[in-house]
Design a protein around this ligand. Structure first.
Ligand code: CA
Length: 255
């Protein structure tokens, strides 16, 4: 029995070391690809716990409400529905809105990416608020795969332009093996009508190669990053991969 055990260990230790090295090596900065599920919202939709929240599969709503200190004038949960009135691609867009209340929310998706890679997330958005100019729309990337309201979130430049479709984007680097991309909304006052239409999102590699330009966008300083929230840390990937290898080993005599 001990002989079986020793033989298995002879295989397991070098394999485990090799796997750790493979997972930990930095990715090459060649062109990367990532999969964004249901990017144009033309697939299936689902309810997220309430009939007023109907989201495209792959996407999740996160919002602040009046109990949160960020919402000095109360924020309320938006309504989210599929829409066919205003679209830029296919037949459906996302319509999200609040009425007579603040709204601070985002609709996000987690995307698997190589750690250290750079990404640009882009969507089209149509803004309609009453009174005009009180509703801001933007997109963001959470480099750790953590929550949208964690301070590491990188939000792009906002638009408040009324009625015409706008293109908004943001570029950031992944710290872990997963990022969250998000469409965000904020209206500072509880105005009468605050409606957004979102469509035609995409994620693309922002490959700077070895020569990062002077205006290369940097991720925020991160001395107190949340550990592993959202499963974004490589250590979890390493642990899972090692366990898989060890489970798959066949213990037997090799000499
Ligand atoms: Ca669409």
């Amino acid at each position: 029995m001990n002989r079986y055990y020793r033989s298995g260990v002879r295989f397991a230790v070098p394999l485990a070391l090799l796997l750790v090295l493979c997972v930990c090596l930095p990715p090459r900065l060649s062109a990367q690809t990532a999969t964004l599920q249901n990017a144009g919202f033309e697939g299936h939709w689902h309810e997220q716990g309430a009939g007023e929240l109907v989201l495209p599969d792959g996407w999740t709503l996160e919002y602040r409400d009046g109990s949160h200190p960020w919402c000095e004038s109360p924020c309320k949960r938006p309504e989210v529905k599929p829409n066919t009135e205003y679209v830029t691609e296919g037949q459906y867009s996302i319509r999200s809105f609040t009425t007579f209340s603040r709204g601070l929310y985002g609709i996000w998706q987690e995307v698997a990416v190589p750690s250290g890679s750079w990404w640009t997330f882009t969507c089209q958005v149509r803004v309609e608020s009453n009174p005009p100019g009180e509703l801001a729309a933007f997109v963001g990337i959470q480099p750790w795969g953590a929550g949208l309201f964690e301070r590491q979130m990188v939000w792009g430049q906002e638009t408040q332009a009324q009625l015409d479709w706008q293109t908004v984007s943001v570029t950031a680097r992944a710290y872990g093996s997963r990022i969250r991309v998000a469409m965000g909304a904020n209206n500072k006052w509880p105005t009468q009508n605050n409606t957004l239409w979102w469509d035609n999102c995409r994620i693309e590699s922002a490959d700077f190669g070895d020569d990062c330009p002077d205006d290369c966008p940097e991720c925020p300083e991160c001395p107190g990053c949340p550990p592993c929230e959202g499963g974004g840390c490589d250590v979890e990937t390493i642990k899972a991969a090692l366990l898989e290898v060890l489970r798959g080993l066949r213990w037997g005599v090799v000499d």
